[in-house]
Design a binder for this molecule. Structure first.
Ligand code: NOJ
Length: 562
């Protein structure tokens, strides 16, 4: 396997709206990010992924772009962005941008033109169809609820929007559109960025024929995802994008891909195919979904998680590369979701971090994860901001679902859980803004904040620092071969990594009970060095039967030469 910088990097995701506000308008901005770059450098991260900062009417917080080559007013100016890039590079870090080209905003000039008339030169930049028997062209639902088609009065046709109606899907069949996208990408690459995270990039190839999906009993709309995920021409488009825009730059690419399988991910990420470096898969994020999807709550079964992550580790062992994540701006906070955000907040956040960071792949840290930030429970739906949450609430109300049930789903799975402002310190609004924040601050900021975490050697923050440091000093963490141990154990997630005769043993107690771990017979315990643990004084334990405390984790290095 070739060694590359992006395999050896740790990426930190910034959601700019909620990271740091410099001018008191309650909205995070580019100058705010610049003011916190030293914090990121001290954490040890290598690459910053910036969620969209482009011009946008903010129907979906910047994932609806009206100008791909300009900066959102609330966030600052192009000069601020250039300063940011410069300051990131000065500190020896890299910057990757979000590329959102499955759809644009309906306020993008292309769409404004396209909707003027059927023969407008931009009409074919989007996907238009006639209605069927007075209804939408297909029965697909949008990922944010309701139909995926919007009727356009002026021209008497429907346009496709897999997300909100203010996010019309771009037509990748049109070579002119593709060239516009590549040109725009090169413009950013020439400015010196270090890569792209590509939004729902496996949705860009739409089918030849638009067919109906099968609705769940009692539902009007159906998923159309089988027709548009990983579509017919997706590999051609990615290869073309690579040769036209990416291949002459030393950059990294990560494609967000709901519905990607390990087999497809091999194709998307294997070196010789020149498509992407890695993808974000979603299977592990769906393990706590009930049969009716994300809002249908189901507890996570550890065996399922082990099986799933192991499948991905093995599938991309020789061919391709994994990205490792539990958190991002679309997911609830992992410590609340999979750990214990009360009694064992610190221990369980550290355990989850260990589990992920010791695997093979590039780890992604989402802002606030490194201090163990938790979910929020706003009492009033009015306090939520996310379009997905608002639409879900509305639809459920209309269907007569009980308020408590709707709110419980939002508490557990809502995207605003991860979008509350970064908790910087114990001052009002957690030091995020001197104004009124665009979304309320998590009330636990006096207990959970970056300032205190940096002062406390036992904090989640210092633990992340150490994990990141270990990756830089031990090649086995980056390149070692993965193997799951104790497959059927109901409480422990244990695996090893091996490289050049050395072994890394990763032990995670996934629950809040004490449990025992038997040191494996095949591993010499005399030479085992404890690299990291979330409980003190473990080094002196006799290795044989190890008693593990709630959420305890330990990583041992066993050198072949000893
Ligand atoms: C995936 C992004 O991560 C999410 O935040 C966004 O709403 C959709 N794509 C649409 O762009």
């Amino acid at each position: 396997m070739d060694k590359t910088w992006w395999k050896e990097s740790v990426v930190y995701q910034i959601y700019p709206r909620s990271f740091m506000d410099s001018n008191g308008d309650g909205i995070g901005d580019l100058q705010g990010i610049i003011s916190r770059l030293d914090y990121l450098k001290n954490l040890g991260i290598d690459v910053i992924w910036l969620s969209p900062v482009y011009k946008s009417p903010n129907d979906d917080n910047g994932y609806d772009i009206s100008d791909y080559q300009d900066i959102m007013d609330e966030f600052g100016t192009m000069a601020d962005w250039e300063e940011l890039l410069d300051e990131v590079h000065k500190r020896g870090m890299k910057l990757i941008m979000d590329l959102v080209v499955n759809h644009s905003s309906d306020e993008h000039p292309w769409f404004a033109e396209a909707r003027k008339s059927k023969d407008n030169p931009y009409r074919d930049y989007y996907i238009w169809r006639e209605g069927k028997e007075g209804k939408e062209p297909t029965n697909w639902y949008s990922n944010f609820g309701g139909s995926a088609w919007e009727y356009d009065e002026a021209t008497g046709e429907y346009y496709l929007h897999l997300f909100s109606k203010k996010q019309p899907d771009l037509n990748w069949r049109n070579p002119k559109l593709r060239q516009e996208v590549y040109k725009m990408m090169k413009w950013w690459l020439d400015k010196g960025i270090d890569g792209f995270r590509m939004d729902v990039i496996n949705f860009i190839s739409k089918p030849d024929e638009f067919l109906d999906g099968v609705p769940k009993p009692g539902k009007k709309y159906a998923s159309g995802s089988q027709f548009y995920r990983n579509g017919l021409h997706i590999h051609d488009y990615l290869q073309e994008m690579n040769s036209e825009a990416l291949s002459s730059y030393d950059v990294m690419t990560v494609g967000e891909m709901p519905g990607v399988t390990p087999e497809l991910a091999q194709d998307y990420t294997s070196d010789e195919r020149n498509e992407l470096n890695m993808v974000f898969q979603f299977e592990h994020m769906g393990l706590d979904n009930g049969p009716n999807g994300k809002w249908d709550l189901k507890p996570l079964n550890l065996i399922d998680l082990k099986e799933n992550l192991t499948k991905w580790q093995i599938a991309l062992e020789e061919k391709g590369w994994n990205s490792l994540y539990f958190n991002n701006h679309d997911q609830p906070r992992a410590v609340s979701r999979f750990g214990d955000d009360k009694t064992y907040r610190v221990a369980s956040a550290k355990m989850l971090a260990t589990l992920l960071h010791m695997m093979k792949g590039t780890p992604y840290v989402y802002q606030g994860e490194e201090i163990g930030m938790t979910n929020i429970r706003f009492g009033d739906i009015e306090d939520y901001r996310d379009i997905e949450i608002m639409n879900f609430y509305q639809e459920q109300k209309e269907e007569g679902a009980p308020e408590e049930q709707i709110m419980e789903s939002i508490y557990v799975k809502g995207r605003d859980n991860s979008r509350t402002p970064m908790l910087w310190d114990g001052s009002p609004n957690a030091g995020f803004t001197s104004g009124t924040p665009w979304i309320k601050v998590n009330p636990n900021y006096k207990d959970v904040n970056a300032e205190d975490a940096q002062k406390d050697p036992g904090s989640v923050y210092h633990y992340y620092r150490k994990l990141i440091q270990l990756r830089k000093t031990h090649e086995i963490i980056v390149y070692g071969r993965y193997e799951l141990l104790l497959e059927a154990h109901p409480e422990l997630f244990v695996y090893k990594r091996t490289l050049n005769g050395d072994t890394l043993l990763v032990i995670c107690n996934f629950y809040g009970n004490e449990t025992e771990f038997e040191w494996p017979d095949h591993l010499p315990n005399s030479s085992a060095e404890l690299l990291i643990t979330n409980y003190e004084n473990n080094q002196s334990d006799k290795l044989g039967t190890i008693n593990l405390a709630p959420y305890e984790t330990r990583v041992y290095l066993i050198k072949s030469s000893c």
